[in-house]
Design a protein. Sequence first.
Length: 120
Amino acid sequence: MQALWQSSAWLLMLAQVRFLHHGRSGMASSSSGSISRFFGGSPLAVLLKLVLLSVIIGVLLSVLGLDAFSIVLNVKRMIRGLFENFSDALETLTRWFLLGAVIVFPVWLLLRLSKMGKSG
């Protein structure tokens, strides 16, 4: 575990040095600048931060007894269940829409009419 933290600290220091280097020297080209804007900083620094964050989250999930394969399996089951129950979900969504629309649309119409009366 200590080796993991030491390597993470090394990666973070490398990312900071790389970021500081780019900050002083500026961007080499406009495409490099647009890439940095997309990533929100130096691509290498962002990648290293994402790697470090992934390791930390992985440790936390491992402590909780979760693993990547069970998460992927559960996501697959959820998506399959959504498609299998699509008609039920659509019917429920339609009922919720109609129930809300009975209130929302008349209130909206009254507010719009009252604004027109005040401005006219």
